[in-house]
Design a binder for this molecule. Sequence first.
Ligand SMILES: Cc1cc2nc3c(=O)[nH]c(=O)nc-3n(C[C@H](O)[C@H](O)[C@H](O)COP(=O)(O)OP(=O)(O)OC[C@H]3O[C@@H](n4cnc5c(N)ncnc54)[C@H](O)[C@@H]3O)c2cc1C
Length: 465
Amino acid sequence: MSHDLIVIGSGPGGYVCAIRAAQLGMKVAVVEKRKTLGGTCLNVGCIPSKALLYASEMFEEAAHGLGPLGVVVAPPKLDLTAMMKHKDDTVAANVNGVAFLFKKNKIDWVVGEGRIAAPGTVVVKGADGKEQTLEAKSIVIATGSDVAPLPGVEIDEKTVVSSTGALTLAAPPKRLIVVGAGVIGLELGSVWRRLGAEVTVVEFLDRILPGMDGEVAKQFQRMLERQGFRFRLGHKVTRVDKAAAGLQATIEPAAGGAAETLDADVVLVAIGRRPYTQGLGLEALGVAMERGQVVIDAHFATNIAGVYAIGDVVRGPMLAHKAEDEGVALAEILAGKAGHVNYDVIPGVVYTTPEIASVGRSEEELKAAGIAYAVGKFPFTANGRARAMRHTEGFVKVLADAATDRVLGVHIIGFGAGEMIHEAAVLMEFGGSAEDLARTCHAHPTMSEAVKEAAMAVAKRAIHV
Ligand SMILES: Cc1cc2nc3c(=O)[nH]c(=O)nc-3n(C[C@H](O)[C@H](O)[C@H](O)COP(=O)(O)OP(=O)(O)OC[C@H]3O[C@@H](n4cnc5c(N)ncnc54)[C@H](O)[C@@H]3O)c2cc1C
């Protein structure tokens, strides 16, 4: 046996699983077909998108946000080359960081495409076509996900792009069509709108951010419209044609009806992602699959002994931190410990202006489950720190069980929401109540006081509204 554990894929699921397993004394190899470690998230996902979101937010802030604070700046100039370098440097620092951690934990990094030839055996094909065989007691599939294609639309990553191409455009397009009003489409649409593009979002459903709390999504849509976003909800893009002066997208009402065309310079296809299992040999091995996902039990085990799966390739939200927590839990289970992931408390963040963050259930989910709940809401317009920073857009909403007061969901739309959400996550991990949150002293003046006030509002005793 060459190793105790072989992990296929080095995204947040795979690399974190490998490090935790090494910490627990296992001899670990990670097979990765990309040249660098870190998977989708570090190379073409979370990290580069956040580098561009931050830089473009600063650009917009410098153009419009500083005057009222008494900071007068000459109209800012965009240096897209420098902005892209910031993004690339950020990616490099992160992927090199994982390589350092592999060295520190004595993890073998095997470059090439992995295939599970038999339980306990992984064959790795290098770029030169040469194959090597690794053996281990346990194998983890952590091969992640890939862009979901849009029928009738061919992605060339130049003018018709996926999220990957949208991270490397050579210039801001004059007109950008984003297909899909999910997190990735709205984040990358925000980047290019801030840098000068006219953005139209075409969405099949009649709402944006499907799955998020409906009230939050509705208010957010209005905010985005004020920023200049245009929405064509309830429509689908059926084809994109290359015309003499750019692109022409054909859109049709989802409910049926007359087609129309929209002109664009770039079309971003962001209708979702699908599990990636190509070339792994799962069919031949007899691994059970469902809707493209690898089927696992509560301990991440597939139906084939010794073969496990985590991250985007299995059920659950396609989020980096969900993949990471599964990686840790699985490594601990393999080491004979009690690894566990609480799927009821996985925060989700949309890194737009303002940010949106939520954890737990939405009002729609509670209604569908027939759970009686109380709502406490607090607007940032009534928060002193928000006024001091001119970030008064948005609100906090706390949903608590009507009978027990236990917090079931927290939804925040506002500046810094992605950081504030974690006090709610900790509270929920401990099964805390709205009263627990309301009686926890919060520093003044902070945006987080709005979280406390929303919890107080559950019992109708908020002070500042
Ligand atoms: C633009 C964008 C922005 C995102 N932003 C966020 C965000 O802000 N927050 C968040 O939580 N999530 C975000 N995500 C989602 C996040 O990237 C994924 O949920 C996460 O990367 C999943 O991790 P994973 O380990 O399951 O797989 P991945 O990160 O997809 O990694 C899988 C790895 O496996 C490798 N691989 C596949 N098959 C083989 C094989 N046969 N042999 C060897 N190697 C193989 C691939 O090359 C890849 O490197 C974003 C995604 C995108 C596209």
